[in-house]
Design a protein around this ligand. Structure first.
Ligand code: UT7
Length: 329
């Protein structure tokens, strides 16, 4: 039996940071940001006492409430993030403790912007094997904690947010997470999008702090080229493998890094933008949270029906990328 998403939830901080707000601190402008990325504003969780686990816990509580179950029923919690509260313990353990999911085990998954897709595939395996009955998969990133607000090439792109799903055995054959293609390319990706320090290669030192090495570094042009190619290729591949056509796909749910990357993927798939879930304008790139936020919003808007065909697609640091085909239960 396949795994199906039975519940979705999201958490976005209330504070809005607009392009105009960024104009005040950086040599940038609203017109450039909107034209090159599609972003108008993003959410920021300024409170330093509220880390990534706080956002995940909010999502987890909403998931339990919406599903009408107690935390005891959760078997596994997977948190996809590249901005964990700490290197260890895992954010998943903090969430498990916060919601008192005493029968759950959990771990963090590091695949940057593809983290939710990697997590969904991983969680689905535990359902399909019969090992777990209820798995929470959460994608969350407090990007404001690792952004260099003196670097206009990255600071404008990202925002904070979290969202997640509960996975359970599908109630009917032919529904749920039906096909997955995931990829990685560390040989080409490792130097183009990274946070250089804070791990065992460059442990924190005065030098790493002085050189801004605890912040995101990105070679935007390189990543852009790789993303356009890879996301379109993998979306096309998943369509072909599952005999999906532009007409039979209900929604493309893409990672929200840049509206031009999303448009290129939609073009290759031959689908019109009405079938593309896009909220980059309001949240920017929330890294592991973009795809589950999109899912949660489609769900809230009542757009997901029994039998809806969804293609999820992502690309991010690593490089990591992939696509997942879901027939909504
Ligand atoms: O989610 C993880 C994966 N990440 C991505 O998928 C991101 C991929 N990359 C991108 O989305 C784009 O490369 C960016 C949005 C990051 C940059 O867009 P671009 O069209 O590639 O711009 P660019 O870096 O080539 O810069 C063009 C110009 C440069 O000026 P010159 O050299 O042409 O005079 C930059 O200095 O724009 C300038 N620029 C800016 N101007 C105003 C760069 N950043 C800014 C800025 N505001 N924030």
């Amino acid at each position: 039996m396949k795994a199906a998403i039975t519940t979705t939830a999201k958490y976005l901080p209330e504070e809005v940071m607009s392009n105009l707000d960024l104009e005040r601190i950086l040599d940038t402008n609203d017109e450039w940001i909107r034209a090159r990325t599609g972003i108008r504003e993003r959410r920021i969780l300024r409170d330093t006492e509220k880390p990534t686990s706080f956002m995940c816990t909010e999502v987890a509580k909403t998931l339990l409430e919406k599903r009408g179950i107690s935390a005891d029923e959760i078997d596994l919690i997977i948190v996809a993030t590249m901005s964990p509260d700490m290197v260890f313990p895992a954010t998943a353990c903090l969430v498990q403790g916060n919601i008192q999911a005493k029968n759950a085990w959990g771990f963090d998954l590091s695949a940057a912007c593809s983290g939710f897709l990697y997590g969904l595939h991983t969680g689905a395996q535990f359902i399909e094997s019969g090992n777990c009955k209820k798995v929470m998969v959460i994608g969350a990133d407090k990007m404001s904690a690792i952004l260099d607000y003196t670097d206009r090439s990255t600071a404008i792109l990202f925002g904070d947010g979290a969202a997640g799903v509960i996975l359970e055995p599908a109630s009917e054959e032919g529904y749920g997470v039906l096909d997955v293609r995931l990829y990685a390319d560390g040989a080409n990706g490792r130097n183009h999008l990274l946070m250089p320090a804070g791990g065992s290669l460059h442990p924190a030192s005065h030098e790493t702090v002085d050189n801004h090495m605890h912040f995101i570094k990105q070679d935007g042009k390189q990543v852009f080229k790789a993303a356009v190619m890879a996301m379109a290729d993998v979306a096309e591949e998943i369509m072909q493998r599952n005999n999906l056509t532009a007409d039979t796909i209900d929604y493309l749910v893409p990672h929200q890094a840049n509206q031009r990357i999303i448009q290129a993927t939609a073009d290759r798939m031959g689908i019109t933008m009405e079938k593309v879930m896009m909220n980059i304008e309001y949240y920017g790139n929330t890294t592991a949270a973009t795809v589950p936020i999109c899912l949660a919003e489609l769900d809230e808007q009542g757009k997901l029906h029994h039998g809806s065909n969804l293609v999820l697609a992502s690309f991010g640091a690593g490089y990591t990328w992939g696509a997942i085909y879901i027939k909504w239960q």
